[in-house]
Design a protein around this ligand. Structure first.
Ligand code: TYD
Length: 140
């Protein structure tokens, strides 16, 4: 799955939205709204407006990425095709399967990128160099 995954395996997941008085609530229950067990949650913030984050790939990690506040663009790349998703709604998440390269850019100022991850942090799961990632994908 990791070597053979493609950008077409990415899907937008609609998360439940509860309309409460004076605001909305989105709840994500482990393994219910999303196709994996959540082992880690992290969020990216204080990114200067218009900035991007350097790209990297993952071998086994699965993620759901949500623009909890503001907006940004997320480009996924499988070594053959690329797709760019504009994330701007706190009740829509992008599911990223194992084995894809990703880049985030065009952050609006004050935006928050919330990430639900299937594994705890492991540097060994990362591809930091695009050519290493391509070799891995083209080895299948
Ligand atoms: P990284 O995932 O490389 O983010 P980006 O590619 O967007 O810059 O993470 C940046 C740094 O933060 C890196 O040195 C590793 C560290 N980090 C952790 O220690 N634990 C984590 O769960 C994450 C996501 C990052």
């Amino acid at each position: 799955m990791s070597r053979s995954s493609t950008v077409f395996d990415c899907t937008m997941v609609q998360l439940p939205q509860i309309h409460a008085e004076g605001g909305n609530i989105t709840v994500i229950n482990n393994s219910e709204e999303i196709p994996f067990d959540i082992k880690r949650v992290y969020y990216l913030y204080d990114v200067p407006g218009g900035e991007g984050r350097g790209g990297h790939g993952h071998k086994e990690l699965q993620q759901i990425i949500v623009a909890a506040s503001g907006s940004f663009d997320l480009t996924v790349d499988d070594g053959k095709a690329k797709r760019t998703f504009h994330l701007s709604r706190p009740n829509m998440g992008l599911y990223i399967p194992p084995g894809l390269w990703r880049e985030l850019d065009n952050f609006s100022s004050g935006s928050i990128s919330l990430v639900l991850a299937s594994m705890i942090y492991s540097e060994r799961d990362y591809f930091r160099k695009y050519d290493e990632y391509l070799m891995y994908k083209h080895d299948s």
